[in-house]
Design a protein around this ligand. Structure first.
Ligand code: S3P
Length: 441
């Protein structure tokens, strides 16, 4: 177990280059592995989750080289993966498990995926049901709709699936299986979730279409394909990782931070919209775009935040940033209501519970609800106002809880101790070192 101690700071200054996007990094390994030829990935995120994806594909015979400035995936083609000689270890990674299920459903060998205690208790029924509709032979080994999952060869056919949840992992599992199916595959979701799979499939030459409906729902359609061909992929910085530093810059008095290279895909940029609604002082600069994925530098200066309502179709575009937004809400003027976010319960932890526990330990006024929470903010951290008090924060091995409460600790009285802080390696190895650089400069 490692513990990080954080104390109150002022005047954060400096530039941070955000590490690669976790979702896009996973997808680059997956599509590179089932493509023919070599895929060169620049700015790949070497976090534990993405290393789980690399480990799985290596076990299926894919050569993946980690060079100084890129990762090379020597793809095997759509049907060139080989049967793994052991269980595929997916660690803490829901993205690995769910997306890989779609690919494994199309293979001519049997495989088993299993992860850590958190992963093996997360719901997999949401992918098992549609993949079975497509003809996949996929079972939960313990019969509890969770991993370990066993996937055996099946003959896939395209389906039209109406997903009850806005989940990119569900959508992607179905679209990836759709590559191997007979006929077209459609997925409709109640609100548009992150679209990195669709964008990257397009870059690999796959025929994918997306459509939006007046009621806010979104549909994606994929045509089966014979082969994908290796590509060059540039992974933008992860907006979910940038969020901690945007929040730190906004909350810690007298700060000015330049956050470089953050991905700003609109299906992920809900955090920026909410920051704006809360009155954060953000300037987007040097905008560019590679492979359909936009990115930007973001200048953030301290400001006084105000409460807001976070709900509806915005939720999927900021679902991973809610722990950070909840801390910001506790340090804002007025009330913040977060609703329509029941998905928080099935993340690496039940984040309605783990956010509430952390905020309460720090003296915030938070009431959990069935699909979110209500937070009465105690005003902006200033010389004469310290809205939070330092506390021992259990991360419950949830990387986003650890990082969000580390930022909270920068504004709090006394010491904040983050328990099991090593879990940040899941998405942001080096997080604490980067944070420290900003206040020890
Ligand atoms: C992800 C999708 C989201 C997100 C997760 C990564 C992805 O999950 O919370 O961290 O890479 O597709 P859901 O699809 O379950 O909402």
């Amino acid at each position: 177990m490692s513990v990080k101690t954080i104390t109150k700071k002022s005047g954060l200054r400096g530039e941070i280059t955000i590490p690669g996007d976790k979702s896009i990094s996973h997808r680059s390994i997956m599509l590179g592995s089932i493509a023919l030829g070599t895929t060169e990935i620049t700015n790949f995120l070497e976090g534990a989750d993405c290393m789980s994806t690399i480990g799985c594909f290596r076990r299926m015979g894919v050569e993946i080289e980690r060079k100084a400035d890129c990762v090379l995936v020597h793809g095997k083609g759509m049907r060139g993966l080989s049967a793994p000689n052991n269980t595929l270890s997916v660690g803490n990674s829901g993205t690995t498990t769910r997306l890989l299920s779609g690919i494994l459903a199309g293979q001519n060998f049997t495989s088993v995926m299993s992860g850590d205690a958190s992963l093996n208790s997360r719901p997999m029924g949401r992918i098992i049901a549609p993949l079975r509709d497509m003809g996949a032979d996929i079972t939960s080994i313990n019969g509890d709709s969770c991993a370990p999952l066993k996937i055996s060869p099946g003959t896939l056919r395209g389906i039209s699936y109406r997903s009850p949840v806005a989940s990119a992992q569900v959508k992607s599992a179905i679209l990836l299986a759709g590559l191997y199916a007979e006929g077209d595959t459609h997925v409709t979701e109640p609100a548009l979730s992150r679209n990195h799979t669709e964008l990257m499939l397009q870059s690999f030459g796959v025929d994918v279409a997306t459509a939006f409906h007046a009621d806010g729902s979104a549909a994606a359609e994929v045509h089966p394909c014979l082969e994908l061909y290796g590509q060059q992929i540039y992974v933008p910085g992860d907006i979910s990782s940038a969020a901690y530093f945007i929040a730190a810059g906004a909350l810690v008095p007298g700060s000015e931070l330049l956050i470089k290279n953050a991905g700003t895909n609109t299906t992920r940029a809900g955090f920026l919209k909410v920051c704006e609604a809360m009155g954060a002082d953000l300037t987007l600069m040097s905008e560019s775009n590679t492979g359909g994925e936009p990115r930007s530098d973001i200048l953030v200066r301290t400001s006084t935040l105000k409460g807001t309502v976070i709900e509806g179709t915005l939720i999927p575009s900021l679902i991973d940033e809610i722990p950070m937004l909840a801390v910001m809400a506790a340090c804002a003027e007025g009330t913040t209501v977060i609703r329509d976010a029941a998905e928080l319960k099935v993340k690496e932890t039940n984040r309605i519970d783990t956010i509430t526990a952390g905020l309460k330990a720090m003296g915030a006024d938070v009431t959990p609800t069935d699909d979110g929470m209500i937070i009465h903010g105690k005003g902006a951290p200033r010389k004469d106002n310290t809205p939070l008090r330092g506390a021992e924060i259990q991360s419950f091995l949830d990387h986003r809880i650890a990082m969000s409460f580390a930022v909270a600790g920068l504004t709090a009285s006394g010491e904040t101790r983050i328990i099991d802080s090593q879990c940040v390696d899941v998405s942001y190895p080096g997080f604490f070192e980067t944070l420290k650089r900003l206040y020890s400069a």
